[in-house]
Design a protein around this ligand. Structure first.
Ligand SMILES: [Zn+2]
Length: 152
């Protein structure tokens, strides 16, 4: 089952990591209000550090995040929700727009990425929302290492 999240403003780094891992994650620009939360899809899991928000009574599942460190916060989410490595789709969605990225032919990215990237990479993906181009680089490897450590 794919999990979807809504993270409050103070959890930006956590939200970014959840997107890196492929999870649909809405990120609140400010402190969430009762209305803002209730307006969202009720199937999303709310990630919050605010006790007041936690105590609001509606049906949405919520996880109260304790740690200040993004890596520890990720662990809290993984353990609370029961995420397993098979749930993770690394670099599946745009980190900026939260929508799934699409494969794009190399010939269409020629003026959009640096020459050295074009020479050393063959697989590219793009976001239909913001037009950003993605390719498997060292950033992907670093992310894989971090995620591996989460499950050790
Ligand atoms: Zn985008």
């Amino acid at each position: 089952m794919p999990y979807a999240f809504v993270a409050e403003a103070t959890l930006g780094k956590l939200a970014r990591w959840l997107r890196i891992m492929g999870f649909d994650t809405i990120y609140s620009p400010a402190t969430p209000t009762k209305e803002w939360i209730e307006d969202k899809d009720k199937t999303r899991i709310l990630l919050t550090r605010t006790r007041k928000v936690k105590d609001l009574s509606n049906a949405q599942t919520r996880i109260f995040i304790v740690s200040d460190k993004p890596f520890e916060q990720l662990k809290e989410v993984i353990h609370s929700v029961g995420i397993v490595p098979e749930d993770i789709k690394l670099f599946f969605r745009c980190l900026r727009c939260n929508i799934p990225i699409q494969p794009i032919d190399k010939k269409h990215v020629q003026r959009l990425v640096p020459d050295h990237i074009l020479e050393t990479h063959h697989l590219f993906q793009t976001c239909t929302g913001c037009g950003r181009i993605y390719w498997p680089g060292t950033h992907t490897e670093n992310s894989r290492e971090v995620i591996k450590k989460l499950f050790e």
